[in-house]
Design a protein around this ligand. Structure first.
Ligand code: NAD
Length: 475
């Protein structure tokens, strides 16, 4: 059995009260690691270490180039340690090793490289004033950042927050999801090895409510909260942050619409749409979980989509060939299969898929659901897509916009004007036309409605992780 402690002020430590919990391998359905269970006291220790490192340590006072050098070294170490980091995420939450090794870990290293470089090359503004004065903007680090992360892309989501926070000179307390504690612990140790000073990146483990997570959101010593997770949790965090007026960035749930027009390249549309819902077992905030297909091609699309879904390889996530592993936990398996039962109760039909062995769910296609049914409106967060036909462009746009979420949408068409027109009409943070999940880290990332508050990426991350200060000079 492995064991993981908190990383506070450069040391791996147990909880103040000695409490611990277990991380479960969802394929073996057995515990594989013992993890320190953080309480408010542990969160406070980590915040105090981050506060001291910020107020008196070298990190916020280093040049951008010096910090960037250290963050590049950290990226090198992540790559060198890629195999064991990939195995940690795969063991913690069941994601196929081909994905953790081929996508999540390289992207985690890239997050550090990108923000290291970006922080050194972005220019600040200067405003010449006709009156004999000029003003310029200085981007001061914001202070102590609490980063609260989900389990679905463990190291990748954590580094998406930690990298910009560090690049702009902040200190951090990271709380990984309780389901995926391993790679975060390793990250903090690698950061120390790369030369990040003790206290700059702290990791505290534990749960949300009544545990380390809640304590981080209630602390008056925290200057920023960056959270990714469910919309309901975002609401609770928002309420806690309001008491101290702590600025926050919330990246939350989704119910991505994927619109396939009759003029689309069907091979392309099927292959991207399969990726959009079955990548990471559908446990993706951006999942294309509502597929709207124009009626002229509805049957042909469904036949092809179903064949491609049934061809996906289900199995042990540690096997190179596996494309679909188990869901991340028993609790999550119960949630997802509960939605499959609900679909049938609501009058829809499971065309293919359903429960597999252990905590696996076979790639599932739901047809015959209504637009207002719960399976069409709520985030299932599993390998289950609802496919609905539509007639006119306007019908598709109206249906796509008709959920409480607004994270992203996809559309497939060969008509350029339509691609622009529909992109504009969709109330979401990201539109992918004829593709899915292609990211440019300079672009804004976030959602509207229940999917998010604020944006991260490029300058948007700088705005959030710094205090832009106006300096006005009498010349
Ligand atoms: P979750 O909200 O259950 O947990 C996320 C994190 O918040 C965990 O670390 C958890 O311990 C912590 N937490 C829970 N309650 C808390 C509280 N009251 N105070 C402080 N911390 C608390 O989410 P999850 O199940 O881990 O992740 C899945 C969700 O994340 C889905 O809804 C998915 O769409 C969303 N997500 C969004 C994005 C995005 O970029 N928009 C990316 C990935 C995942």
């Amino acid at each position: 059995m492995e064991s993981f402690g908190h990383i506070i002020d450069g040391q791996e430590v147990p909880s103040v009260d000695g409490a611990a919990f277990q991380s479960i391998d969802p394929w073996e359905r057995k515990p594989w690691a013992t993890v320190a269970l953080g309480s408010a006291a542990d969160a406070d220790r980590a915040i105090a270490a981050a506060r001291t490192a910020f107020d008196t340590g070298p990190w916020p006072r280093m040049s951008y180039a010096e910090r960037a050098g250290i963050l590049h070294r950290l990226a090198d170490l992540i790559e060198a340690d890629g195999e064991s980091l990939a195995l940690m995420d795969t063991t913690d939450m069941g994601k196929p090793i081909a994905e953790t090794r081929g996508h999540d870990i390289p992207r985690s290293a890239q997050n550090f490289r990108f923000f290291a470089d970006y922080s050194t090359v972005t220019a600040a503004e200067k405003f010449p004033m006709a009156s004999g004065f000029h003003a310029y903007t200085e981007y001061d680090p914001a202070g102590v950042v609490a980063a609260i992360a989900p389990w679905n892309f463990p190291l990748m989501m954590e580094t998406w927050k930690v990298a910009p926070a560090l690049a702009w000179g902040n200190t951090v307390v990271l709380k990984p999801a309780e389901q995926t504690p391993a790679s975060a612990t390793r990250l903090a140790l690698l950061a120390l090895e790369a030369g990040v000073p003790p206290g700059v990146l702290n990791v505290v483990h534990g749960y949300g409510p009544g545990s380390a997570g809640q304590a981080l959101t209630e602390s008056s010593s925290v200057d920023r909260i960056t959270f990714t997770g469910e919309s309901g949790t975002g609401r609770a965090i928002s309420a806690a942050a309001a008491r101290n007026l702590t600025p926050l960035s919330l990246e939350m749930g989704g119910k991505g619409a994927n619109i396939v027009f009759a003029d689309a390249d069907l091979d392309q549309a099927v292959s991207w749409s399969i990726k959009a819902i079955y990548t990471n077992n559908g446990q993706v905030c951006l999942a294309g979980s509502r597929l709207y297909v124009q009626r002229d091609i509805y049957q042909e699309f469904i036949d092809r989509f179903r064949a491609a879904a049934e061809a996906l390889v289900i199995g042990d996530p540690k096997d190179d060939a596996t494309q679909i592993g188990p869901l991340a936990s028993e609790e999550h398996f119960d949630k997802v299969t509960g939605y499959l039962d609900l679909a049938v109760r609501e009058g829809a039909r499971i065309l293919t898929g359903g429960r597999g062995s252990g905590w696996t769910v076979r790639p599932t296609v739901i047809v015959g659901a209504g637009q207002r049914d719960r399976v069409t409106q709520e985030e299932i967060f599993g390998p289950a897509v609802v496919i609905l036909p539509f007639d006119q462009e306007n019908d598709a746009v109206r249906a796509a916009n008709d959920t409480p979420y607004g994270l992203n949408a996809m559309l497939f068409t060969t008509d350029l004007s339509r691609a622009h027109r529909v992109s504009r009409a969709l109330r979401v943070g990201t539109v992918w036309a004829n593709c899915f999940f292609v990211r440019d880290l300079r672009a804004p990332f976030g959602g509207v409605k229940n999917s998010g508050v604020g944006r991260e990426g490029g300058n948007y991350s700088r705005e959030f992780f710094t205090e832009p200060k106006a300096v006005v000079m009498n010349i």
